[in-house]
Design a binder for this molecule. Structure first.
Ligand code: TYR
Length: 515
């Protein structure tokens, strides 16, 4: 495992999506801020809570039961056991487990919230959570069971349980008990102080972590879809003038203008158009990808505001010595961000699916062979080129589109009507990641398609556009990975290899100054 020298410092400073992504990929290390003002703030919060307890004030979730059970008083001699009960009875998650990068992002997002200094947790708890990240001890967290509004209670119960030496973790691909992993790393199981169970669980860390990863993937999808569009126009012998600067100056969406500018840099007309106006999947590509591009800065600020928020309950203000009871675990902003993002991304998948439909169809591709098959002579009859790949793209696109139903509108009253309105943000974020995965599959297929198409266009003639330097270099890179297809070949291994490269964002395409 290679950790770069980059370190993400958890303290008062604002974190960004890239910090969480770097921690999830283990290209950065984590540490707590050592500034005295920060450590004093954390200790002051814990001490204030102790004092409140001594005075036997009523503190939700400390001297009361949880949620609707807040009317139940907890006898003082049982207060210390309460936090352990919280994670224990929430140990009812099901479904797939979050993968290692997702789990790392979850740990980091929870730490980001607790280091706002409003949660009344001890320095020891923050250190234990940081230690999980540093030693890459990854709690095994089931993905299902959060309504995303009492926080991600159930999935986060697996994080706090692991910190206490309970349930299972994965360390370097090996499944083991948390107790064994803590011991091997020289860490003591944590004994929770009052309120610490709530502080760990009563927040939006799971959906926020997934949102950071989704945003990062979506930004890359936007770039790749733009570059692929340029190569699709080149393959189809389409027109670059649809992306004219004066044309786009007349419609002032900056993201859409940026996509058009990127297309202009990638392709320029060399005359003799085949068709005065290309079909929408080519001509209106900036109008589809541009919506995603325009939404990204807004979504970033929403996701980062949540990431840098104290999103538990109750909050403890150590400066003003106030206990604030509220509902900051409600993930409405992330639910909206993820419901929106999955819609934007699925529309891009659909755009690319339509482009592929044009390119493989000899009725629309301006003189290229059916299915973009490279076979010639008698062997052309038995070769079917990209026929099946296009069918797969149709399936992946349909599945992505099907998942765009918003999750947030499925709010339902739960927990004896205490949680009578909930965000469903975690479901939205999981849907969004699945839509992204399907869209990346479409991207992988389109890389094969345009790589094949650009060569066929050169072979068949009738080119109407010339590639810019960036696009031409990209085609040369694609040629390293993807062989020209003349004889039929099973494409799954190649698709998987391309998926890995897309996930690793192996190609850098455009200047990122604006997102
Ligand atoms: N989110 C609830 C707390 C809660 C915790 C655990 C539960 O099982 C239910 C509710 C609140 O702060 O009001």
């Amino acid at each position: 495992m290679t950790l770069s020298t980059r370190t993400v410092v958890f303290g008062p400073a604002r974190l960004c999506i890239e910090d969480i992504v770097a921690l999830s990929r283990r290209t950065a290390a984590a540490r707590l801020d050592t500034d005295a003002a920060f450590t004093q703030r954390i200790s002051a919060g814990a001490q204030y809570l102790d004092r409140l307890l001594e005075e036997e004030g009523q503190i939700y979730g400390v001297t009361t039961g949880y949620g609707d059970s807040c009317t139940v008083g907890i006898p003082m001699d049982l207060v210390s056991e309460l936090p352990h009960h919280l994670y224990t009875y929430h140990g009812c998650g099901l479904g797939e487990y979050f993968n290692p990068p997702q789990t790392r992002a979850i740990l980091a997002a929870r730490l980001a919230s607790l280091t706002r200094g409003y949660s009344g947790v001890s320095m020891g708890l923050l250190q234990q959570l940081t230690a999980l990240i540093t030693h890459d001890i990854l709690p095994r967290v089931p993905a299902e069971g959060s309504v995303g509004a009492s926080g991600d209670l159930t999935p986060l119960s697996y994080v706090v349980a692991a910190m206490c030496g309970e349930r299972d973790v994965v360390v370097q691909d090996e499944l083991m008990s948390a107790a064994t992993a803590l011991q091997a790393a020289g860490l003591e199981p944590l004994r929770l102080r009052p309120k610490e169970g709530l502080a760990m669980m009563n927040g939006t860390a799971v959906m926020t972590a997934l949102a950071c990863l989704a945003w990062d993937k979506a930004r890359y999808v936007s770039d790749m879809a733009t570059r692929i569009t340029a190569l699709a126009v080149a393959t189809a012998a389409g027109n670059a003038y649809h992306f004219d600067e004066a044309l786009f100056a007349a419609k002032p969406h900056p993201g859409q203008q940026r996509v058009a500018a990127r297309l202009r840099a990638d392709i320029s007309d060399i005359g003799s158009e085949q068709r005065l106006q290309d079909r929408y999947s080519l001509r209106c590509a900036p109008h589809v990808i541009g919506v995603l591009e325009d939404a990204l800065p807004f979504l970033r600020s929403t996701i980062e505001n949540e990431l840098n928020s104290a999103n538990d309950n109750p909050l403890i203000d150590p400066q003003e010595m106030r206990l604030l009871h509220g509902g900051h675990f409600y993930g409405g902003h992330i639910a909206f961000a993820m419901d929106s993002l999955k819609n934007l991304v699925a529309n891009v998948a659909d755009l690319l699916d339509r482009q592929m439909a044009l390119l493989v169809d000899a009725r629309y591709n301006h003189g290229l062979p059916a299915n973009l098959s490279g076979a010639t002579g008698p062997r052309a009859a038995i070769n079917h080129g990209l026929k099946a790949l296009q069918i797969s793209v149709s399936a992946w696109t349909a599945e992505a589109l099907k998942l765009t139903m918003p999750a947030s509108v499925f709010s339902r009253s739960t927990e004896c009507h205490n949680q009578d309105k909930v965000s469903m943000g975690t479901i939205a974020a999981r849907d969004c990641l699945r839509v992204l995965q399907l869209t990346e599959q479409v991207l992988a297929a389109m890389l094969i398609t345009v790589r094949q198409g650009v060569q066929l266009r050169a072979r068949e003639g009738g080119a109407t556009v010339q590639l810019g330097a960036g696009a031409a270099a990209f085609v040369r890179e694609l040629e390293q990975d993807i062989a020209f297809i003349d004889e039929d070949v099973a494409l799954e291994p190649l698709l998987r290899q391309l998926m890995r490269k897309i996930d690793g964002q192996a190609w850098s395409m455009y200047d990122q100054a604006h997102s």
